[in-house]
Design a protein around this ligand. Sequence first.
Ligand code: 5GP
Ligand code: ZN
Length: 113
Amino acid sequence: MSCLFCQIIEGSIPAKPCYEDDKVFVFHDLHPQAPTHMLIVPKKHIASINEATPEDAALIGHMMLTAKQLAKDAGFAEQGFRLVMNCNSWGGQTVFHLHLHLLGGRMMTWPPG
Ligand code: 5GP
Ligand code: ZN
């Protein structure tokens, strides 16, 4: 298995876990870009949002709702936070296993780089 995030989900590469259920694994980003920077990763390997299909709709919705709950648990839901999903080269994607970034704990700026 060559996919980095599949190996983290399997436990063969260590990560700092935040949350897990039957559909997603959430862990801290190795290079945090905010005081809280978690990655919400589906256990199903999907390379990017370009490869998602209508049958993945509930899974992708679950990723969003999991992020919302984690933001609430972290205490910054009311102040606000950012969810990011990069896609392919121009989107800045570097790991080709679908994931949602949850960034919180500081003021964000717009537009992103
Ligand atoms: P992308 O650039 O694909 O949207 O996001 C990939 C993220 O994975 C980056 O923010 C990067 O810091 C993070 N990352 C890369 N390798 C590892 C790793 O081995 N462990 C963890 N926890 N995060 C990683
Ligand atoms: Zn994978």
